[in-house]
Design a protein around this ligand. Structure first.
Ligand code: AMP
Length: 282
């Protein structure tokens, strides 16, 4: 495993090891790596000659300073995990100035409205921060294939839109959600949950599965009311939003059109820790 802390050193190294046949697989992460991240990296290792993993907690995508401050940072153990997965992985773990070159602000993006729903509504500025950092990393790494998890489905759609709008020669590959045994979607933020909270957070996925089974027989309004009630009865949980939206546009679904694909999306605070999850409904 090779670790680079500056873009200059990384770019120089890539120049030396690549030729016209090299394919670069890129997996951007914010670290605190878990099996979900590792599944993306394995996918990249299988399908590319070089795999680059970035580990960078991007300040511009956090709308909540406490969330940024408390975000787990575990670089040493991340590097050990990567090393034992595959010694050929290249890691880019820069500091903020190396990526932003002294100007730590977001650019503003128009993602055709994808940015205005759900996470965009509840975390103002979040997707400008995501778009800014991913575009910067794409410019540094110039990947052939870039791997993103369906756990952050809205982010995945936004990255596809970024690639389309800026006509970048990059394939965006979507990867399925990895879950803990109890169904909870793996997340770096799960590290901040107590063992009890981690157990009871299984209700998030369970609720989504119940939504999926109700989707064919109940109206969207009824389902939304039912989900709100579930979380009203849980003292340690606060529902941030629950939405049923069309996959392609992320527009909220009011009435079901059988020719369209829909997903349920949820964001829940477990005490102060915000978790998200999603399932496809049809
Ligand atoms: P993060 O470090 O949370 O920014 O995530 C880095 C990448 O890993 C993103 O593309 C996420 O969607 C993906 N990811 C995070 N959690 C999971 C999971 N449980 N299963 C699959 N992919 C995930």
């Amino acid at each position: 495993m090779l670790l680079f802390e500056t873009q200059l050193a990384l770019i120089e190294h890539l120049k030396h090891i690549s030729n016209s046949k090299t394919t670069i697989g890129f997996v951007p992460t914010m670290g605190a790596l878990h099996e979900g991240h590792l599944s993306l990296i394995e996918n990249s290792l299988k399908n590319n000659s070089i795999t680059i993993v970035s580990v960078f907690v991007n300040p511009t995508q956090f709308n909540n300073p406490e969330d940024l401050e408390k975000y787990p940072r575990t670089l040493e153990s991340d590097l050990l995990k990567l090393e034992s997965l595959n010694e050929s992985i290249i890691v880019y773990a820069p500091n903020v100035d190396d990526v932003y070159e002294g100007k730590t602000v977001s650019n503003q993006f128009d993602f055709d409205g994808l940015e205005n729903q759900m996470e965009g509504k509840f975390r103002p500025g979040h997707f400008d921060g995501v778009g800014t950092i991913v575009k910067l990393l794409f410019e540094i790494i110039k990947p052939t294939n870039a791997y993103f998890g369906e756990k952050d489905f809205q982010q995945l759609q936004i990255i596809k839109k970024l690639v389309e709008k800026f006509i970048l020669p990059i394939n965006v590959i979507s990867c399925p959600i990895f879950r803990e045994k109890n169904g909870l979607a793996m997340s770096s933020r799960n590290e901040r949950l107590s063992p009890n909270e981690r157990q009871s957070a299984a209700i998030i996925y369970k609720t989504l599965l119940d939504v999926k089974s109700k989707f064919n027989s109940e109206s969207v309004a009824e389902i939304k009311k039912w989900v709100a009630q579930i979380f009203e009865n849980q003292i340690d949980f606060k529902l941030d939003y629950f939405e049923i939206a069309e996959e392609a546009t992320l527009m909220p679904c009011k009435e079901i059109n059988p020719s369209k694909k829909y997903r349920a999306f949820i964001a829940v605070f477990v005490n102060n820790i915000r978790l998200i999850d999603t399932v496809s409904l049809n």
